[in-house]
Design a protein around this ligand. Sequence first.
Ligand SMILES: Cc1cc2nc3c(=O)[nH]c(=O)nc-3n(C[C@H](O)[C@H](O)[C@H](O)COP(=O)(O)OP(=O)(O)OC[C@H]3O[C@@H](n4cnc5c(N)ncnc54)[C@H](O)[C@@H]3O)c2cc1C
Length: 414
Amino acid sequence: MSKISEAEVRAEVREWLAANWDPDLSLVEWRSKLADSGWGMPQWPREWYGRDLPHGLVRAVEEEFANVGAIGAAKSGVRLLAAATLLEHGSDLQKKKLLRRILTGEDTWCQFFSEPGSGSDLAGATTRADLKGDFWIVNGQKVWTTSAHHADHGLLLARTDWDAPKHEGLSYFVIDVKQPGVDVQPLKQMNGHASFNQVFFTDAKVPQENLVGRVGDGWKVAMTTLAHERRGVDAMSALPRSGSPKGRIYIEERAETEKANQPYKWYPQRAGRVDLIIDRAKETGANKDPYVRQEIAKLLILAKSADWTARRARAAQQQGRPQGPEGSLGKLAGSHVARACSRVHTLITGTDAMLTGTESPRDGIIAEILVSVPAVSIAGGTDEIQRNIIAERVLDLPKEPRFDTGPFRDVRKN
Ligand SMILES: Cc1cc2nc3c(=O)[nH]c(=O)nc-3n(C[C@H](O)[C@H](O)[C@H](O)COP(=O)(O)OP(=O)(O)OC[C@H]3O[C@@H](n4cnc5c(N)ncnc54)[C@H](O)[C@@H]3O)c2cc1C
């Protein structure tokens, strides 16, 4: 394949947008054009709605879209994790059936991995899938499932062989969430939101064609999903758009964003809101307190170094290099920053940090930070698990002793 320059890509995108962009189309009509042309996900393979474009040139395409105010493919939630997993392991039938509706935003996805007895120990999953005729019959329970309450499909990790060793007895499926055997129950969190659910499967059905990879490949396929999750593949594009957002498509997009963002409203707070620190210190006069000033300086230094680590990880990804230690270090650094930030917010705001409601500091945002920050050290792999990964895979220290070898049936659970 001949190498394409950034200038050539930009010229091609501009020409295509001039001929096709129309804000009076519906979201699905417009995104169908994106899927057909490959400009919605240009880094994807040409045969699957992409253009085989190197990762490093994707930003140029996004900038050209932003320049004319054009909307991109649907990217929120778990849908891009699903797409990345299917592109690597899915059958042609699955890609044909599912990828297009991911891009158009017609289908919403969730990730059925964690269970009450297996979160960090994901390979210990005990939700079972048994083949009966043309269907896999699923029984068991998942928990922490973000967005399951409005998802169409779920990425399901389930045990299909109880005699195989733990990691080898798992298989990976796409399950239809809106069926009678799937009972989704939202869980209310201590910050008042309900973004995740517990989900019970009772004889839920998965057609054979929805097995991703082969029977017993579940762990390998799940690792692909998790690698993309830790790399932040599903992050929404945040380029500011030019032009006045008038037209049917923008109205539909606002409604879509509002619905998609509902479960994630508190996510900025769980990261600690470093952006509020200086203003809050000025507003409260805490900027004159020498001790608080020291703590603010320490926090901002920590946040800056975490930001540089994250940038190194992004640069490696854009150049198509494999992920280095930055992935696990970055996740851990994010937890440190969030916790330090929550502490400094408390120093600045004092006991008022516990107040909620319209008369509380920043309309309850400070209190929401304090009760949301713990989630960062848990979601996507806990701090302790990240430390284990760093110890074993980055520093090459001896592995933790294992007591879970042999047939899974005989392994001690929980
Ligand atoms: C906001 C949020 C959203 C989430 N969304 C989803 C989702 O959509 N889908 C999904 O499947 N899951 C989701 N999760 C679940 C998440 O992946 C798990 O919570 C996480 O993997 C930890 O598992 P656990 O909660 O079972 O904790 P446990 O594994 O029970 O861990 C409990 C404690 O023991 C420690 N520990 C465990 N094993 C070790 C070890 N080997 N060495 C040292 N310490 C250890 C842990 O670090 C932790 O402190 C979400 C979680 C959060 C917080």
